[in-house]
Design a protein around this ligand. Structure first.
Ligand code: HEC
Ligand code: HEC
Ligand code: HEC
Ligand code: HEC
Ligand code: HEC
Ligand code: HEC
Ligand code: HEC
Length: 272
C-alpha cells in the first residue's frame, strides 16, 4: 500500500478526534518560549482570585501546567495525567473503603483545581455536591452535566447508586423520614448533612460511614453520636421538669403547712 497524503490526513484526523487528551490541545494564543508564570495572569487572573483559592496556586501555574512552544504553536499540558496529578501532593488515603471518584483520581469532578466560591474549592455547596450524582433525575443526552463545567457519560451516571428523598431533598434517607438537612445535632450544634454520616473520600467502614467521636474524643457509634445526645438532652429536660414539679409540690406542701400552723396558732391563742 502506498502511503498518500490522504492517508496521513486521515490518520491525523483519527489521532486528533480520538487519541489526544484535551490537555494537549493547542493554546488559543501562541505564547513566547520564555513565558513566565506571571505572564499567565495577564489573561488568566481569574484563576488566582476568588473566595477560596487553592494554596498550590501560590507556587505558580507551572507547578501543574507545562507550556511548550514550537514555531507558532503553543500547547499547555498538565505535568502529570489528570487522575494522578493531585496525588503528587495529596497522599491517597489508606482506609479500607474508598469513594470511587476519589480512588480513581477524579478530584476535579468535585474540586476546582484553582478557585471556587465554596469551602475546600468544591464545585457546589453542601449536599448539592453529592446529590448531583446520587439523586435520580431525567437524563436525555449521552453526556450528563455536573456543576455546569463537568460531565460524565450517561452510562456512568446510571450506575451510581441513587438515594430517594422527598421533593425538598431534606428527608427520606437512610430510612423512613430521616432528615439529611437542616436539623442541628444537639451535641455539636452542626446541621445534619451527607457529611454528618458519610466521609467524602475514605472510611474504615462500609458505605463510607463516618467515624464519630463524643466530646471526649472517644469513638462512638455514628448513629449514637446524635441520638444519644438527643436522648441525653431529652433526659435532661425531663429531669428538669420533674425537679420543677417536685419543687412546686414542696412549695405547696410548705404553704399548706404554714396555713395549718397559722390556724393552729390562732386556735391556741383562743384558748384561755
Ligand atoms: C494573551 C493571553 C493569554 C496568556 C498570556 C495565557 N493564556 Fe491561556 N488561554 C488564553 C485564552 C483566551 C484561552 C481560551 C479561553 C480560556 O480557556 O480561558 C486560554 C486557555 C488556556 C488553557 C485551556 C486550553 C488549553 O490550551 O489547555 C490553559 C490550560 C491555559 N490557557 C493555560 C495558560 C498558562 C499556564 C499560561 C501561562 C504560561 C497562559 N495560559 C497564558 C489566553 C492566554
Ligand atoms: C494544582 C494544580 C494546578 C495549578 C497550580 C494550576 N492549574 Fe490550571 N488546571 C489544573 C487542572 C487539573 C486543570 C484541568 C481541569 C479540568 O479538566 O477539569 C486545569 C485547567 C486550567 C485551565 C482550563 C480549564 C479551566 O478551568 O478554565 C486554565 C485556563 C488554567 N488551568 C490556567 C491556570 C493558570 C493561569 C494557573 C496559574 C495561576 C493554573 N492554571 C494553575 C491544575 C492546576
Ligand atoms: C504542588 C502541590 C499540590 C498539588 C499538585 C495539588 N495540591 Fe491541593 N494543596 C496543596 C497545598 C500545599 C495545600 C494546603 C495545605 C493543605 O491543606 O494540605 C493544598 C490544599 C488543598 C485543598 C484544601 C484546601 C483547604 O482550604 O484546606 C484541596 C481541596 C486541594 N488541595 C485539592 C487539590 C486538588 C483537587 C488537586 C489536583 C487538581 C490538588 N489539590 C493538587 C498542594 C497541592
Ligand atoms: C465526591 C466529591 C469529591 C471527590 C471526588 C474528591 N473530594 Fe476532596 N473533598 C470533598 C469535600 C465535600 C470536601 C470537604 C469536606 C468537609 O467539608 O469536611 C473535600 C475536602 C478535601 C480536602 C481538604 C482536607 C480534607 O480531607 O478534608 C482535600 C485536600 C481534598 N478534598 C483533596 C481531594 C483530592 C486530592 C481528591 C482526588 C484524589 C479529592 N479530594 C476528591 C469532595 C470530594
Ligand atoms: C461524580 C459523581 C459523584 C459525586 C459528586 C458523589 N459520588 Fe458518591 N459515588 C459515586 C460513585 C461512582 C460511587 C461508586 C458506585 C460503585 O461502587 O459502583 C459512589 C458511591 C457512594 C457511596 C456508597 C459507597 C459504598 O462503598 O457503598 C456513598 C455512601 C457515597 N457515594 C456518598 C457520597 C457523598 C456523601 C457525596 C458528596 C460528598 C458523594 N457521594 C458525591 C459518584 C459520586
Ligand atoms: C443519618 C445518617 C445518614 C445521612 C445524613 C446520609 N446517609 Fe447515606 N447512608 C447512611 C447509611 C447508614 C447507609 C447504609 C445503609 C443503606 O444502604 O441504606 C447509607 C448509604 C448511602 C449510599 C449507598 C446506597 C446504596 O444503595 O448502596 C449512598 C449513595 C448514600 N448513602 C448517599 C448519601 C447522600 C448523598 C447523603 C446526603 C444527601 C446521605 N447519604 C446522607 C446514612 C446516612
Ligand atoms: C445529626 C444527627 C443524627 C444522626 C447522626 C442520626 N440521626 Fe436519626 N434522627 C435525627 C433526627 C433529627 C431525626 C428526626 C426525628 C426526631 O426529631 O427525633 C431522626 C430520626 C430517626 C429515626 C426515626 C425516623 C423516621 O422515619 O421518623 C430513626 C429510626 C433514626 N433516626 C435512626 C438513625 C440511625 C440508624 C442513624 C445512623 C445510621 C441515625 N439515625 C443517625 C438525627 C440524627
Amino acid at each position: 500500500m502506498k502511503f498518500t497524503s490522504k492517508h496521513v490526513f486521515f490518520l491525523l484526523l483519527l489521532v486528533v478526534a480520538w487519541g489526544l487528551p484535551a490537555a494537549a490541545a493547542e493554546h488559543p494564543v501562541p505564547l513566547p518560549k520564555d513565558v513566565q508564570d506571571k505572564n499567565c495572569l495577564e489573561c488568566h487572573e481569574d484563576k488566582t482570585k476568588g473566595k477560596v483559592v487553592h494554596s498550590a496556586i501560590q507556587m505558580g501555574c507551572s507547578t501543574c501546567h507545562t507550556v511548550k512552544t514550537e514555531g507558532e504553536a503553543t500547547t499547555v499540558e498538565l505535568v502529570a495525567p489528570k487522575n494522578e496529578l493531585c496525588f503528587t501532593c495529596h497522599e491517597k488515603s489508606k482506609e479500607q473503603v474508598l469513594h470511587k471518584p476519589y480512588e480513581q483520581g477524579q478530584c476535579t469532578t468535585c474540586h476546582d483545581p484553582h478557585t471556587s466560591d465554596f469551602a475546600k474549592q468544591t464545585r457546589a455547596e453542601g449536599n448539592q455536591l453529592c446529590l448531583a450524582c446520587h439523586l435520580d433525575r431525567r437524563t436525555t443526552d449521552a453526556k450528563v452535566k455536573l456543576f455546569g463545567s463537568q460531565e460524565i457519560s450517561d452510562a456512568e451516571f446510571q450506575q451510581i447508586p441513587k438515594i430517594s428523598l422527598d421533593p425538598s431533598a431534606k428527608f427520606g434517607h437512610p430510612m423512613g423520614m430521616h432528615p439529611v438537612s437542616d436539623y442541628a445535632n444537639r451535641a455539636t450544634g452542626e446541621k445534619i448533612s451527607c457529611l454528618t454520616c458519610h466521609n467524602q473520600h475514605a472510611s474504615p467502614n462500609e458505605s463510607l460511614i463516618q467515624v464519630a467521636y463524643d466530646k471526649n474524643r472517644k469513638p462512638v457509634d455514628m448513629c449514637d453520636s446524635c441520638h444519644l445526645a438527643r436522648d441525653n438532652a431529652a433526659m435532661t429536660a425531663a429531669e428538669a421538669s420533674i425537679r420543677k414539679q417536685e419543687q412546686e409540690k414542696q412549695i405547696q406542701e410548705r404553704m399548706q403547712q404554714a396555713n395549718k400552723n397559722k390556724k393552729d396558732k390562732k386556735k391556741g391563742s383562743d384558748q384561755p
